[in-house]
Design a protein around this ligand. Structure first.
Ligand code: SF4
Length: 220
């Protein structure tokens, strides 16, 4: 899959796209939100002030600032709780200490933060610190399930199951993650996947079963 997707979409060098706190908070904002609205919500959130200020403002003010994102009234208290926990544990908002942790230590520290799950933690560790972990978003989960790389399971357990199949090489894990994301957006969509254009179809269980009429994806 990695080779075929890289041949299709090109190499994707692992270069951090934004600083760690930006990655962490933006990933929370990105849930069920497209990237434009995620960015809009993040920019307006940062206009409220520094992280200390954002953590201590009334929750309604934070929710209003991130209204471009979905479920702002749920995300605002989660973001504030995350900020408060980071500051209590570290005394500041500098996440660079994660560089010195093993992937497992980093995952344990990040997932212990309120409102931060394994996907968000994995994104920060892989994208910012080149740790060999594999973030499983909705696209990665759907494609790897359809091709038969993993049995029917939720996104959470899929992190471990897929990582066990892959070499612990951060550049490869990054390239595969971003190319799966692109493939999910352009070809292997939730409904009516374009199997006729898919470079994975010869190895896809769903295609072997349904031909060019693979049904809409049903999450576990
Ligand atoms: Fe998705 Fe169809 Fe490609 Fe299988 S063949 S990965 S279902 S687009």
């Amino acid at each position: 899959m990695h080779e075929r997707l890289t041949a299709e979409y090109g190499p994707r060098p692992l270069v951090p796209r934004r600083e760690p706190m930006h990655e962490l908070i933006s990933t929370v904002l990105s849930q069920r939100t497209d990237w434009r609205n995620e960015d809009l919500a993040y920019q307006e959130l940062r206009q409220l002030g520094d992280w200390d200020t954002i953590a201590s403002l009334p929750v309604e003010t934070v929710a209003h600032a991130i209204r471009a994102s979905t479920y702002p009234e749920q995300k605002a208290p989660r973001i504030q709780a995350t900020l408060k926990a980071i500051c209590e544990l570290r005394g500041n908002y500098d996440l660079d200490f994660l560089q010195d942790m093993t992937p497992q230590e980093g995952l344990k520290w990040l997932t212990a933060l309120p409102g931060v799950g394994v996907k968000t933690s994995s994104l920060v560790l892989l994208f910012n610190f080149a740790k060999p972990v594999f973030p499983v978003d909705t696209h990665v989960h759907r494609i790897t399930s359809r091709v038969g790389a993993i049995p029917k399971m939720g996104e959470g357990p899929a992190h471990k199951a897929l990582l066990a199949l892959l070499p612990p090489e951060a550049p490869l894990l990054y390239e595969l993650h971003v190319n799966l994301l692109r493939h999910g957006q352009q070809v292997c969509s939730f409904s009516n996947p374009k199997c006729g254009k898919c470079v994975l179809r010869e190895r896809c269980d769903a295609h072997a079963l349904y031909g060019d009429h693979v049904p809409s994806f049903v999450k576990s």
